[in-house]
Design a protein around this ligand. Structure first.
Ligand code: GLC
Length: 567
């Protein structure tokens, strides 16, 4: 880890202009089934989202990313797509999508949609054709069907495990096996097949023609597999640390081998082709990589000038609540992104991880259990929220593009006591309950404290129950209330825009000691005290924003962040 004293002060230089929107945008993730329900069936939908878009405009974000709403049997909450060009009736119609896009653009919000190219649903016509056509057929070539090992082919073709637990292979009635890195209902596509490549370019065009501003690419590091699909004894997972790093930047983000199923060099050819597709469209369209790749220097390869525009910075999300560790990751993020001329991104929560308000309330603050349930360590809700607000104000003070996950502007914690019988995440079932899974961060949003289902749907029905404590988090309980989490987010987003912090620079200020992350971005000083003890502030600061109450003008309490202007 780099020491505080030897660090060069200027880490990232500010830009003269605002340039492309995705270099500095704050992008809000909408998880359609849990945002707002227009129909009353208890599951959020596109008309529900459209009706609530003014909330996002008022909040002050620049863009919206919609998780999948395509036709799907919902075996993995829509990340199992049966038809890439159709809206699932659960969420509405294509007309509803067009209306949503129109309204968003009217409100000045860009819209990014999710593309899931690593696998389809088992109900996709291609997979149904592959099952019907049998071994050796052209139809099977679009997926990864193989003969099994063992005398009667009774063993899987290799030893790969599914990310959701259990083997990554399922055997079909005629004896062949097919690969699925995720659920058995999510067969992996064969990206060596030219038809697969041309089909997805066509899907991109379908949504670009409708006017979307970009795509979030699901499992962007997974599509190409090492030839021969060799056995691999490593653990199949997301980010894991390693001591064997090639550079100081890589030392903080791990040097892990992701195995023969991830981050293969061949995947970049796909993104170069997609970059060319987007370039044929007017406007400023963007591709965003969901690539759980380490170290950061490998991630930077996805955002080279002729590939994608952004990649999620999961190294930041995965770092514990520890000032030296976070400083190192922040610095490494700029060094590696700057090396390819790409913007850095920041993210603390999404639909796959325990919300940061809950993670930061755990004994090991910031650790990442895969879900929290009955009998598990319960987070300290108050401490978690205090730190979450401090973490967000730190994040929004950083130049680059930032992602918010729906509900974090309300300070929502996970539902950490969901009854197991209500769980729906395949990860819960495939691990026999050893992992609680991701349902706790996917609970329908509370809009109105006094309404049934907290105003999520007109009938009060919600597909997962909301904790009773969420009344205090409802939007209408916070709107207009000074110091509420919602007003803190709103104020920070307005200031970030007015001060051009997204295109600003980062210069460390190391005067506050080891427990503090402090830097200047343009002429705003950001000071985050991650320690438990108060820290003394210089005299004469004008505080512009604060994540919590300040006792006086020169004391910054623990777990609190401020933005300030020097005298
Ligand atoms: C991504 C999605 C996650 C999904 C998985 C398989 O990681 O974010 O929700 O389960 O891909 O598509």
């Amino acid at each position: 880890m780099t020491s505080l004293d030897t660090r060069p002060a200027l880490v990232h230089a500010p830009s003269a202009t605002d340039g492309e929107w995705w270099r500095h945008a704050v992008i809000y993730q909408v998880y359609p089934r849990s945002f707002a329900d227009g129909s009353g069936d208890g599951i959020g939908d596109l008309p529900g989202i459209t009706s609530r878009l003014p909330h996002l405009a008022e909040l002050g974000v620049d863009a919206v990313w919609l998780s999948p709403f395509y036709r799907s049997p919902q075996a993995d909450a829509g990340y199992d797509v049966a038809d890439y060009r159709a809206v699932d009736p659960l969420f509405g119609t294509l007309d509803d999508f067009d209306a949503l896009l129109l309204r968003a653009h009217d409100l000045g919000l860009r819209v990014i949609v999710d593309l899931v190219p690593n696998h389809t649903s088992d109900e996709h016509v291609w997979f149904e054709a592959a099952m019907a056509a049998g071994p050796g057929s052209a139809e099977r070539e679009r997926y990864l069907f193989r003969e099994g090992r063992g005398p009667a082919g009774e063993l899987p073709p290799n030893n790969w495990q599914s990310i959701f637990g259990g083997p990554a292979w399922t055997r079909v009635a005629d004896g062949q096996w097919y690969l699925h890195l995720f659920d058995s209902r999510q067969p992996d596509l064969n990206w060596e097949h030219p038809e697969v490549r041309s089909e997805f370019e066509d899907v991109l065009r379908f949504w670009l023609d409708r006017g979307v501003d970009g795509f979030r690419i699901d499992v962007a590091h997974g599509m190409v597999k090492e030839p021969g699909l060799p056995d691999w004894d490593g653990h199949v997972s997301m980010i894991e640390g390693s001591d064997d790093a090639a550079s100081p930047e890589d030392a903080v983000s791990g040097a892990g081998n992701q195995g023969p199923m991830f981050d293969q060099d061949g995947v970049h050819e796909i993104y170069r082709a997609w970059n060319r597709v987007l370039a044929q469209y007017a406007g400023d369209r963007a591709l965003v990589a969901e690539a759980w790749v380490e170290p950061l220097s490998r991630l930077a390869r996805y955002v080279r000038p002729d590939e994608m525009q952004q990649a999620f910075n999961f190294a930041f999300l995965a770092t514990l609540w520890d000032a030296p560790a976070l400083r190192s990751v922040i610095e490494a993020s700029y060094v590696t992104a700057d090396s390819v001329g790409a913007p850095t991104t920041w993210v603390l929560s999404n639909h796959d991880v325990v919300r940061h308000a809950s993670r930061l309330g755990l004994a090991e603050a910031g650790s990442r259990p895969n879900g929290i349930g009955h009998g598990d360590e319960q987070p300290d809700e108050e401490l978690g929220l205090r730190r979450a607000r401090a973490a967000t104000l730190l994040m929004l003070g950083l130049p680059g593009s930032a992602y918010l996950y729906q509900g974090e502007e309300l300070g929502l914690p996970d539902h950490t006591a969901l009854p197991d019988q209500l769980r729906q995440d395949p990860a819960f079932f495939r691990t026999g309950g050893a992992e609680r899974g991701r349902d706790g961060c996917r609970v329908p949003l509370p809009w109105a404290a006094d309404e049934a289902g907290f105003g999520f749907s007109p009938t009060g029905v919600t597909w997962l129950p909301q904790p009773a404590s969420w009344a205090a988090y409802a939007l209408d309980a916070q709107r207009g209330v000074a110091g509420s989490t919602y007003e803190t987010y709103r104020g920070a987003l307005a200031l970030r825009r007015a001060e051009h912090l997204g295109t600003g620079g980062l210069t460390w200020d190391n005067a506050f000691g080891d427990e503090v992350i402090a830097f200047e971005n343009r002429d705003v000083l950001v000071v985050a005290n991650l320690g438990a003890d108060p820290v003394e502030l210089p005299v004469g600061l004008t505080v512009l924003a604060s994540s919590g109450d300040l006792p006086d003008a020169t004391t910054l309490p623990g777990d609190t962040t401020i933005w300030a202007r020097r005298a």
